[in-house]
Write a protein that binds this ligand. Structure first.
Ligand code: 3HC
Length: 705
């Protein structure tokens, strides 16, 4: 059934209060029919002689999730949010927003345009526009500052966090919190206000919090975050707007915010971040599952291994309210793992990100054990021991013996074949990979790795479970390195080749940092330690799967390890270290010159642009191959993987989106140039060639121009 303004906002009078119910699925966003409907109903209520007050409420227990993100970049139709807000401010009848579920972005701004808000205690409010490369453009920067002061406004808007209704009340954004029915409470509140009589407050005209402001706070925030926000538009504009709320009158402040919002809208980072918003949600969807697939209910989790990964995974689960039984082979390891978990929580209490009460509640859900039998009734068990196939198979054999029928058996492997792990059980249909990223309690990405025999139920359940514990799931096939590490290996390799061509580790790292990565490849390797990869290479050389004499073999990392330079922990690696401070080391240049000379390579100057283009083009080519081979469902899944697990700057939308913005044809040119120079490993992905030949984007839509 199509949505009309009449159905998007319905009208009902209860006890002299007009209840306007917004029903615009899925999340009651401020889409065109909803805006038209609301304008119409506000007018109806204003003119209705039987109505003394107005309540705005969202259907399906949720208020309004903000502007309709699908409309950005398209011509505006119907009344805008600002027009609705003017109507609300001009209303002679008190308007109360009844907030349940979420009031986010334009949703909260809509509620703040009226004089009053009543919220359900379970409701969350926030101004998350910054995550979309935007700022609250419906008066949010102005009203929040005037209600709660600039410090609160900066914190809320720059973080984009969702806060509880009671926190909202503490800040003055909510008037009343109820544990009961929010519409009833709002109707009662509205009646009371109508009886008391107007005029009703206009929040944009409040002044006490914007008087006596220390303007140095704005410069401090800009300075403190200058590096973090490099290349972004929205955070700087948010600071400008909050500052403007303290300097300008209410109407000028709103105008200032409008202009700043427009600038954010036009910035490329807005398109990139909105791409990621939808890409994240699309990634959670699995193509081709049987339509009657049923999710298995997950209410109890087992974790095997209390090391860094196991502890982090357990924390994610207990933070989401799921009881966890965590198993280790030895008491000392179990004790050490639990101490680490508690230590992590202590840090979050100190930082103020969690309260003692929240931590106590979470820890009460964690049960340590040394016995496999204690895992028997878990709905999912996640094995997180180190990467050794023999050990993993032994564990899965044991799990097969003890776990209840239908339980999901997951392995947190980053490299091993999930099919081989599954072969250790008599129930390969229940086995799946769940590749978390370290620190697992913080990092959002979870690659869900489907083996050949994984059942639809198991796949769908693992994806939903990852979401349940606050992760961003991406479905990957069982290829070497899955999605993320397969691409990492390719572009890491290209970075090594660039060193031999003439670059230095610090030039490459700086170029990647300037592009927006939190750190470059070589610094990252130094931090992780070079010895593990060295031992793995030696193993592969011994096994005959890696040829150190091939011209493509880049020996610098071996030379470093042979010299005892294992990275930060030994005081030197690709860099020299004073504590954690890395400095370039002329010895590395000497080593590189020797390696290049031995290979007959004349070292040359490389521009930062060439470095970034080469590294990114190699990512894109491998990403396209992964999709083409069916190991990822879609190109946007590659973006989600890289943005949520590998530090790819979100404001650039991910490698595949970067390629699209640059022009797929241009990226193909870079790939072809390298193919000519280096041969096979740069063979262009067919998917990319096909899209360019057809003049299409990744989704097969025609490219403009
Ligand atoms: N506009 C359009 N569609 C939206 C939307 C929005 N604001 N928010 C969510 N959706 C869509 C999603 O794309 C998804 O669609 P799909 O089913 O086709 O994939 C569907 O709604 C459900 O979304 P989720 O899977 O995210 O549902 P959850 O229940 O997990 O979460 C939510 C609900 C917390 C509201 C979450 O969707 C969310 O955070 N939404 C974005 C909120 C936001 O950023 N608001 C600010 C918008 S910008 C703005 O308001 C500008 C203003 O200042 C002028």
């Amino acid at each position: 059934m199509s949505v009309t303004p009449e159905t998007a906002v319905s009208y009902d009078v209860r006890d002299e209060v007009a209840v306007l119910t917004i029903d615009f699925p899925p999340v009651n966003a401020l889409g065109e029919p909803m805006r038209r409907g609301l304008a119409m109903r506000l007018e109806q209520a204003a003119e209705d002689p039987a109505v003394k007050a107005i309540v705005l409420v969202g259907a399906n227990d949720r208020f309004v999730a903000g502007a309709d993100i699908r409309e950005f970049g398209k011509p505006k139709q119907g009344p805008g949010l600002l027009e609705l807000q003017l109507m609300m401010e001009a209303s002679e009848k008190p308007i109360v927003s009844a907030v349940d579920g979420h009031a986010l972005g334009g949703g909260l701004e809509l509620a703040l345009a009226g004089p009053f808000r009543v919220a359900a205690s379970r409701a969350k409010i926030g101004l998350p526009e910054v995550n979309l490369g935007l700022l609250p453009g419906g008066g949010g920067t102005q009203r929040t500052t005037r209600i709660a002061g600039p410090e609160v406004a900066l914190d809320l808007i720059l973080s984009g966090k969702h806060i509880s209704a009671s926190k909202g009340k503490e800040l003055g954004l909510i008037d009343e919190v109820t544990d009961g029915d929010v519409t009833e409470a709002a109707v009662a509140f509205a009646k009371k206000k109508a009886a008391e009589g107007g005029p009703y407050p206009k929040l944009v005209e409040l002044t006490d919090k914007v008087e006596k402001v220390d303007f140095a706070i704005f410069e401090d925030v800009r300075k403190k975050n200058a590096r973090k926000w490099k290349g972004m538009v929205a955070p700087f504009k948010i600071v400008d707007c909050v500052e403007a709320a303290c300097k300008l009158g209410p109407r000028d402040g709103l105008k200032f915010e409008q202009d700043a919002f427009q600038e954010c809208l036009e910035a490329p980072s807005r398109a990139a971040q909105i791409h990621l918003f939808f890409a994240e949600r699309t990634a959670a969807k699995v193509e081709g599952l049987s339509p009657d697939v049923k999710l298995k209910k997950i209410s109890k989790v087992g974790v095997i291994g209390a090391g860094t990964m196991g502890g982090g995974i357990a924390m994610s689960c207990i933070n989401a309210g799921l009881p966890v039984t965590i198993l280790e082979a030895k008491q000392e390891a179990l004790d050490a793992g639990l101490a680490k978990v508690k230590g992590n929580y202590d840090i979050s209490i100190k930082r103020g990100s969690r309260s003692q009460e929240q931590v106590d509640k979470a820890l009460a859900l964690l049960t340590p054990t040394l016995e496999y039998a204690d895992l028997a009734d878990c709905d999912i068990v996640i094995e997180a021991v180190f990467e050794n196939m023999a050990i993993k198979k032994e564990i899965f054999g044991k799990l097969d013996d003890v776990m209840k029928p239908g339980a999901v058996l997951a392995s947190n492997t980053s490299a091993l074949s999930i099919d081989e792990i599954a072969s250790a059980t008599k129930r390969p249909g229940d086995v799946i990979g769940t590749h978390f990223f370290s620190p697992a309690n913080v990092m959002k990405l979870c690659e869900v790795v489907r083996g050949d025999l994984a059942s639809d139920e198991t796949i769908a359940t693992a994806m939903a479970f990852a979401k349940q514990i606050g992760k961003v799931p991406v479905l990957a096939g069982n290829c070497e390195g899955f999605i993320g590490n397969r691409i990492l290996r390719v572009y890491g390799g290209e970075a090594d080749i660039l060193l031999e061509a003439g670059a230095t580790p610090w030039q490459i790292d700086q170029a990647l940092k300037d592009f927006g990565f939190p750190m470059g490849v070589f610094l990252m390797r130094d931090m992780a330690g070079l010895d593990v990869a060295w031992r793995m290479r030696q193993g592969r050389i011994e096994a005959g799967t890696l040829d150190p004499d091939s011209p493509e073999y880049t020996p610098l990392a071996d030379r470093l390890c042979e010299a005892g330079r294992f990275g930060q922990k030994t005081g030197s690696g690709y860099y020299k270290y004073e504590g954690r401070d890395a400095t370039p080391d002329p010895e590395i240049v000497a080593m590189l010159e020797e390696i290049s000379a031995k290979k007959g390579i004349t070292r040359r100057e490389l521009s930062d642009e060439e470095i970034v283009d080469t590294i990114l083009a190699s990512m894109v080519n491998e990403g396209a191959k992964i999709v083409e081979e069916g190991y990822a469902q879609r190109t946007s899944d590659i973006d989600v993987t890289y943005a949520f697990g590998y530090g790819f700057p979100k404001y650039r939308g991910g490698p595949m989106f970067w390629a699209q913005q640059k022009g797929l044809d241009k990226v193909l040119e870079i790939i072809n140039a390298n193919y000519k120079r280096y041969g096979d490993r740069w063979k262009p992905a067919k998917l990319l060639e096909d899209r360019v030949a057809a003049g299409q984007d990744w989704e097969g839509k025609p490219v403009a121009g």
